[in-house]
Design a protein around this ligand. Structure first.
Ligand code: EPS
Length: 388
């Protein structure tokens, strides 16, 4: 059975819920593995008031016994502390009177498009699920995938490259060093000086009642060659990665390797020459392909960049229309982040880990971690036999 996950829950409802199905048995797993990434997702200069209310923690409610997965669905809850302030508006049962409806859609959010699709008169019905709060459940599901990958020698890490037009210089450092620098930065930027400029840009946008987007990069190291396949469009791993990143709220562009920069260069400047060494096997001295050729991993690190638009909830709102009357109004404002690019980078880690874990299990099969591990080792040994 393929690996899959579903999430449920509204931003101001009682809780977010996740179910991860298809995890092999015997993977060491504890709530702390998920909580670590939930805390990382809450950080970043530019986050708003909600993150001072929430202290995201999972309660694992199925699929794990005495620190190991059982092979059954791993289910978890993340309670929304803010629900305490929304009990009447977000109650499951119909009440005496309807809450005040949200009728002024925010340009850039799902409010209007979703409201038209579902035919609702209170746009809160849309906002509650389209809120990026849902990414907390994705990060928890991705953390489960990360534990499996880590057991197999694969690390997934992220850092921020740009916020609001302030960019970090390219640093040719190993992924682990980039990630360690990012972890110490208030905006997950591996370059401290650029990080300071990003913080200042966020403060300026906040003072102006505005918001900022940016670019982050996610790198997976230790990925074996041969994940994904060239044989069918929906099995190509580059397409699956682009789809997964495109589904993160606010993401408007996804690049792999050189991405858009490759379009202006010659083939000889873009493709990575192939080398062979009896101990290393096939390898490259450059990784402009971002670890993917023909929709298949080539054994180099997988490198994905994503562009996030500025958050649509603005303290100084844009023009909008009252959906009841058609009258020109200002868009609704409740409370929001000024910038969530560092948080989106952590969500990106979860999505890349997820797609790689899916593809890895497709390659190896196996119902227990031991079986997955020995199948992967046999595959790697077969690769070494290719040239004799
Ligand atoms: C989020 C919680 C939300 C938003 C944010 C993500 O909380 P609230 O709406 O109560 O302030 O802060 O969502 C968005 C930025 C968005 O545009 O949907 C979270 O937990 O990450």
């Amino acid at each position: 059975m393929a690996l899959r996950f579903l999430t449920a829950g509204e931003s101001h409802g009682p809780a977010l819920t996740g179910i991860v199905e298809g995890m092999p048995a015997g993977v060491p797993l504890s709530a702390a593995d998920l909580d670590r990434d939930l805390a990382r997702r809450q950080q970043g200069h530019g986050r708003g008031g909600r993150m001072r209310i929430e202290h995201d923690r999972v309660e694992i409610t199925g699929g794990v016994r005495r620190g190991r997965t059982l092979g059954s669905p791993v289910s978890f809850l993340i309670r929304n502390r803010d629900f305490a302030h929304w009990q009447e508006s977000m109650a499951v049962e119909a009440g005496e009177r309807d809450p005040e409806p949200l009728v002024r859609p925010r340009p850039g959010h799902a409010d209007l498009a979703g409201g038209l699709k579902y035919g609702v008169r209170d746009l809160r019905d849309i906002l509650e699920r389209s809120s990026a709060r849902e990414t907390a459940a994705r990060v928890a599901a991705g953390a489960v995938a990360k534990v499996l990958l880590r057991e197999l020698g694969i690390q997934v890490q992220s850092h921020v490259l740009a916020i609001g037009g302030e960019t970090a210089p390219e640093r040719d450092l190993p992924p682990g060093e980039l990630a360690a620098l990012a972890e110490a930065s208030p905006v997950r930027c591996a370059d401290p000086e650029a990080g300071q400029r990003m913080v200042a840009a966020i403060d300026e946008a906040r003072a102006a009642g505005d918001s900022l987007g940016g670019v982050f990069e996610v790198v997976a190291a230790g990925v074996p060659p041969g994940l994904g396949s060239h044989v069918q469009w929906d099995r190509k791993l580059d397409g699956r990665i682009a789809g997964a990143f495109g589904s993160i709220p606010g993401i408007k562009g996804v690049e792999q390797g050189l991405g858009f920069r490759a379009a202006a260069l010659r083939g000889s400047q873009v493709h990575d020459p192939i080398y062979y060494d009896p101990t290393r096997g096939f390898f490259r001295r450059t990784n402009r392909a971002g670890g993917l050729e023909g929709g298949v991993t080539n054994g180099e690190p997988v490198v994905v960049r994503a562009a996030m638009k500025p958050i649509p909830t603005l303290r100084v709102p844009l023009p909008s229309v009252d959906i009841r009357t058609g009258e020109a109004v200002e868009a609704a404002f409740e409370r929001s982040d000024v910038c969530a690019v560092p948080a989106a980078a952590v969500v990106g880690e979860a999505m890349l880990a997820w797609v790689l874990a899916e593809a890895l299990l497709e390659k190896t099969g196996g119902d227990s971690l031991g079986e997955v591990r020995s199948n992967l080792e046999r595959y790697r040994a077969n690769l070494r036999e290719l040239i004799r």
